[in-house]
Ligand binder design. Sequence first.
Ligand SMILES: CC(C)(COP(=O)(O)OP(=O)(O)OC[C@H]1O[C@@H](n2cnc3c(N)ncnc32)[C@H](O)[C@@H]1OP(=O)(O)O)[C@@H](O)C(=O)NCCC(=O)NCCS
Length: 197
Amino acid sequence: MLLHGTTLSLPIRSPLRFPSPSITHNNHNNHHLRKFSLSSSSQHTYAISDEELASRGFLFRRTIENLNLDQLNSVFVAVGFPKRDTDKIKVALEHTDSLVWVEYETTKRPVAFARATGDGVFNAIIWDVVVDPSFQGIGLGKAVIERVVEELLEKGITNIALYSEPRVLGFYRPLGFVSDPDGIRGMVYSRKNNRNN
Ligand SMILES: CC(C)(COP(=O)(O)OP(=O)(O)OC[C@H]1O[C@@H](n2cnc3c(N)ncnc32)[C@H](O)[C@@H]1OP(=O)(O)O)[C@@H](O)C(=O)NCCC(=O)NCCS
């Protein structure tokens, strides 16, 4: 997520609740565009296992090795994020604690992405959650969030926050995120407001 949203989802304080299994729809001709159903991988229960993703041509990646940052930038732009300097994205990723992306085997291009920064112990913030528009609605967004959150929880990091645009609150809620927990409100430094002071 970028900081152009206005609604802040603050830390979850309880274990992640995974949503109920998604119904498999077969209304797409391409097999990779079918929604994924609940399945367990070797260690975790995710909406879609790494193995099932791979069988559909989606390869789960956890490092920036082989990640083409210009192509990633193109996905950001395709979903409406402002185009950013690729060199700065590289620096941001080098300062990222947890990162997951999905490579589409056919094109070798990134089609889904999410990352988290934090202090490595207590707190993390999830950023830049995107799915290429051609691949939205088939479970990839849920898949990357589940894995980023799981990796953070495995590190003992339980204060996990993100910024959500209003139109995607319904995407994050079933993944365990709540708005304004216990009435706590997020605040973001605004250069615009301070210029007016
Ligand atoms: C938001 C986004 C990451 C979701 O990814 P996706 O791959 O399309 O979502 P999924 O297919 O994994 O959907 C998972 C579930 O969330 C639901 N969902 C997806 N987008 C939703 C939305 N905007 N509002 C409510 N529910 C949503 C799906 O219906 C699905 O429900 P189900 O599990 O009951 O079947 C993707 O649409 C995207 O990249 N949007 C543009 C960028 C953006 O807005 N990023 C977030 C910035 S805060």
